[in-house]
Design a protein around this ligand. Structure first.
Ligand code: ADP
Ligand code: MG
Length: 262
């Protein structure tokens, strides 16, 4: 599925007289099968843009097309994973994943088969009958991922899905996500404010700025997977992005380049 975002602005009414420009004149394409990260500081409109792509919100100006057609609300071609796990605490892991399949008019057997497949894909078969309160944050986010994937979305929209996890779990889930992405051949739009996470995951990074929210620049990350965070090319891309946010790393980049040229 390719998605075209054309001159999209989103304003929120604060009261009858004032409104807040959350996004201003965003234009970009999302290519079929790519891993795109939306990267920027808090408040720059990342979640708003993702919600517009999901069809949860509608643009104030401009339009978003999916495979050529203007988006009209939510549909199953786009799945969503939020930062907060949003699991049903009274349902087991299995029943949480199965939730979206229950209203699809497919047999119980087929529901079970699909659920088994995704339990296995995200490595949760052993805890299928546990309740959310009995599993770790990382496992909860795997449940949310499996629940979205079992509806077979063409595009998966993820809003800081690893933001609440500890650093080690986060690194592990980044690898898991890449494995799932390569296996399922879906398009992923992934919101983060973590530069390293974006460089590790993305094929392209849309760098956003605030007041009002906009896309400043799109960076290609032409590094083969699996990526190594300490590689020179990786470090260069990360440093370039950090300095585009004014986060004073130019000195070390220059030193790094001098070292290389010696
Ligand atoms: P990010 O995800 O990059 O942190 P958001 O998209 O959540 O940014 O928000 C962008 C701006 O829009 C923020 O100033 C936020 O307060 C505002 N905003 C987001 N949603 C709403 C809403 N429903 N009503 C009013 N303002 C909103
Ligand atoms: Mg957000």
């Amino acid at each position: 599925m390719s998605i075209e975002i054309k001159n999209v602005s989103k304003y929120f009414n604060i009261n009858r007289k004032t409104y807040l420009k959350a996004l201003s004149d965003v234009s970009m394409s999302i290519h079929q099968g790519e891993f795109l990260c939306l990267l920027g500081p808090s408040g720059c409109g990342k979640s708003t843009l993702l919600r517009l792509i999901a069809g949860i919100e509608t643009p104030t100006k401009g339009e978003i097309r999916s495979n050529g057609k203007v988006l009209k609300g939510l549909d199953t071609s786009r799945g969503f994973v939020f930062q907060e796990y949003s699991l049903f605490h009274w349902r087991t892991v299995r029943k949480n994943i199965q939730f979206g399949l229950e209203n699809k008019g497919i047999s119980r057997q087929e529901q079970n088969d699909i659920t088994d497949h995704y339990l296995d894909l995200v490595g949760l078969t052993d805890v299928a009958n546990a309740y959310p309160s009995q599993i770790s944050g990382g496992m909860k986010q795997r449940v949310a991922l499996a629940r979205a994937l079992c509806l077979k979305p063409e595009t998966l929209l993820m809003d800081e899905p690893f933001g609440a996890l500890d650093a080690m779990t986060r690194l592990k889930l980044q690898d898991e996500l890449i494995r799932v992405y390569q296996k399922e051949k879906i398009t992923i739009v992934f919101v983060t404010h973590d530069v390293e996470e974006a460089v590790y995951l993305a094929d392209r990074i849309a760098i956003m700025g605030a007041r009002p929210g906009h896309v400043k620049q799109i960076v290609d990350v032409a590094i083969e997977r699996p990526r190594i965070r300490t590689d020179q090319h990786f470090s260069e891309i990360r440093s370039d992005i950090l300095s585009s946010f004014g986060l004073g790393v130019e000195k070390s980049v220059t030193e790094e380049k001098q070292k290389v040229s010696v």
